[in-house]
Design a protein around this ligand. Structure first.
Ligand SMILES: Nc1nc2c(ncn2[C@@H]2O[C@H](COP(=O)(O)OP(=O)(O)OP(=O)(O)O)[C@@H](O)[C@H]2O)c(=O)[nH]1
Ligand SMILES: [Mg+2]
Length: 397
């Protein structure tokens, strides 16, 4: 299944954002009126984009909203924009003003793909000269639409699908770890913890990614690993379930990188190099230091347990220091204050863009940020294992 992408609709008040959300969703989800400033808080609607899959449409308040509260609303819109996978920027009446220009500049600086839409074409058509000017300046097509008549809906959906599917997603397994013809061992324990009759998603995704790379895959249980290496040492890497890491690592000959499925998943979601650099900070935590735990969802009991109980417990036990923990769930704002370290969850419910955007806000304050998986690996001393370090070097490139 494809990841859920966030598509944000942006523009000045009355540009027709809510009308377009309703048109794309095929339902009346957002309130439409001729009063400027009708939408106040972001409104989300899940939909299937044909040709891609699940997406959230996010309707926002106008970026030109006025007054104290209006400015807060437009800031919310910019925040949604900074975490989106695609932005639809609406303007009307051939008026591409400093508002749109500033918005596009912000999107470009965050590398968020966008589509410019000239809306209300039933009233005023886009001047060809303006179209050409914008297309030359921004290197993108300007889409003409009448949100009210619905003409162009199919074409716009195709453009949206191409834009989100075409984004260069990082491969789960980089070529540097296993490329064409490379032989790789996957260790998948079938124990009581394994689900009935199937493999878990990270394993399935890794197998698929290795096949995409045209690598040659051998899948074993931990107890079979010794026999496999007795027959051949010609393997590029070993990828294992992290629960059996120590057992696996003890059998793998020196010089063959060993990593885990969870490391590969962690690498996809966040700024892995930065996470890796920051993890060492655990060693220099002092009594009284504040540690920030960043969760990405609000409703997963098992994640709560890891973030709220296990990780703080492990860090306290590992460092022997008295630390103060703060928690942020969902994509809530980060509390003010000095934190010695922040730890981001695996982010299974968040997009990579959401995580990268949040982490960079914290990193800008000079706070190191690592993630749960790396922190656990570090505290279990896996970083002392040369084969594990070799694996990290290969995937962090
Ligand atoms: N003629 C015409 N009117 C439109 C079109 N799209 C929206 N409108 C009208 O423009 C007005 C504003 O539409 P909304 O969809 O509420 O605009 P919005 O951008 O969500 O506005 P705010 O929530 O106030 O920021 C409404 O009266 C709509 O009926 C269009 O394509 N053509
Ligand atoms: Mg609206």
């Amino acid at each position: 299944m494809n990841d859920i992408k966030n598509i944000v609709l942006l523009g000045r008040r009355n540009a027709g954002k809510s009308t377009l959300v309703n048109l794309l969703a095929g339902q009346q989800v957002a309130i439409v009126s001729e009063v400027a400033g009708t939408t106040t808080d972001p409104v989300r609607k899940r939909m299937e984009v044909p040709g891609y899959g699940p997406c959230n449409l996010i309707d926002t308040a106008g970026i030109d909203d006025v007054g104290d509260i209006g400015v807060m609303r437009s800031e919310r819109s910019f925040k949604e924009a900074s975490m989106a996978d695609l932005a639809l920027v609406l303007f009307t009446g051939n008026d591409f003003s400093p508002y749109e220009r500033d918005l596009v500049r912000r999107l470009k600086s965050k590398k968020i793909p966008f589509i410019l839409i000239h809306n209300k074409e039933d009233e005023v058509r886009l001047d060809e000269s303006l179209r050409k000017k914008l297309e030359d300046e921004f290197g993108c097509k300007v889409f003409s639409l009448s949100g009210i008549s619905g003409e162009g809906r199919g074409e716009l959906l195709r453009l949206i699908s191409d834009s989100i599917a075409g984004g260069e997603e990082m491969a789960l397994v980089p070529d540097s770890l296993a490329g064409e013809g490379d032989r790789v061992i996957l260790v998948c324990p079938i124990d009581r913890g394994a689900p009935e009759g199937r493999l878990i998603l990270p394993q399935v995704k890794t197998i698929r990614a290795l096949l995409d790379n045209k690598a040659v895959v051998t899948i074993v249980q931990p107890s079979q690993l010794k026999d496999v290496f007795a027959q051949s040492r010609n393997f590029k890497a070993v990828i294992t379930d992290s629960q059996v890491f120590a057992e696996v690592s003890a059998v793998v000959p020196e010089g063959i990188p060993v990593g885990s499925f969870s490391m590969l998943m962690a690498r996809l979601k966040g700024p892995f190099g930065f996470f890796l650099e920051s993890v060492k900070k655990i060693d220099s935590l002092e009594d009284g230091d504040r540690v920030l735990i960043l969760e990405s969802c609000t409703h997963h009991a098992s994640c709560d347990d890891i973030g709220r109980v296990k990780i703080p417990g492990m860090i306290q036990a590992y460092t022997g220091k008295k630390l103060e923990f703060s928690f942020v769930s969902g994509l809530d704002p980060v509390p003010e204050g000095n934190f010695a370290l922040a730890l981001q969850c695996g982010g299974c419910m968040a997009t990579s863009r959401q995580i990268v955007s949040r982490v960079s806000l914290i990193a800008e304050k000079g706070i190191p940020v690592t993630n749960y998986g790396l922190a656990i690996a570090y505290m279990k001393h896996l970083f002392n294992d040369a084969n594990f370090r070799a694996f990290l070097n290969l995937v962090a490139e």
